[in-house]
Design a protein. Structure first.
Length: 133
C-alpha cells in the first residue's frame, strides 16, 4: 500500500453484508436503540463516511474497522484509476474514478491501478466540481 498517511480508524457494527476494503455509509437506523453507530455497504454514487478495512466480507453484527477522512486507507477498485483521481463508490461499494460533475467521492488515489487492485488512498469526502478535473 502506498498510502502517504496513517489511517484514522473507528470500529462500527455492520448493519448487513459489507465487502472487504470497500466504501461504507451510516445506516439510516444508526445509531439504533443500542446507541452504537451502524454502517452499511455503499451503493452506486452514495456518499461514504469511510472505507471498511476488513480483509474478508463482514456479516450483519460483525465489527468493521473503518478508515475515516484525514488518514490513509486501502480500497479495492474496479476499472482504471490513476494517481490523483478522486474515487467514488460503484454499486458494490468498490472504488471507481469520478467522471461527472456532482459525483460524491470518498478518496483520492495515491497510486495507479486497474480492476481488482487494492490501492493506497487518502480518505477525503467531497463532490466533483467539474468533468475534467
Amino acid at each position: 500500500m502506498a498510502s502517504s498517511s496513517t489511517p484514522r480508524i473507528r470500529t462500527y457494527k455492520a448493519g448487513g453484508a459489507i465487502n472487504p476494503l470497500s466504501y461504507v455509509k451510516l445506516s439510516t437506523s444508526s445509531p439504533g436503540s443500542t446507541k452504537n453507530p451502524v454502517v452499511v455497504q455503499c451503493g452506486a454514487g452514495d456518499r461514504p463516511i469511510g472505507i471498511a478495512q476488513n480483509d474478508s466480507a463482514a456479516a450483519s453484527g460483525d465489527e468493521v474497522e473503518v478508515a475515516l477522512p484525514g488518514g490513509g486507507a486501502r480500497l479495492t477498485i474496479k476499472g482504471t484509476v490513476a494517481s490523483g483521481n478522486f474515487i467514488k463508490s460503484d454499486a458494490n461499494g468498490y472504488g471507481i474514478a469520478t467522471t461527472t460533475a456532482g459525483d460524491a467521492y470518498g478518496a483520492q488515489a495515491v497510486e495507479d491501478g486497474v480492476t481488482t487492485d487494492i490501492l493506497g488512498v487518502e480518505v477525503i469526502i467531497g463532490e466533483k466540481y467539474n468533468a475534467t478535473a
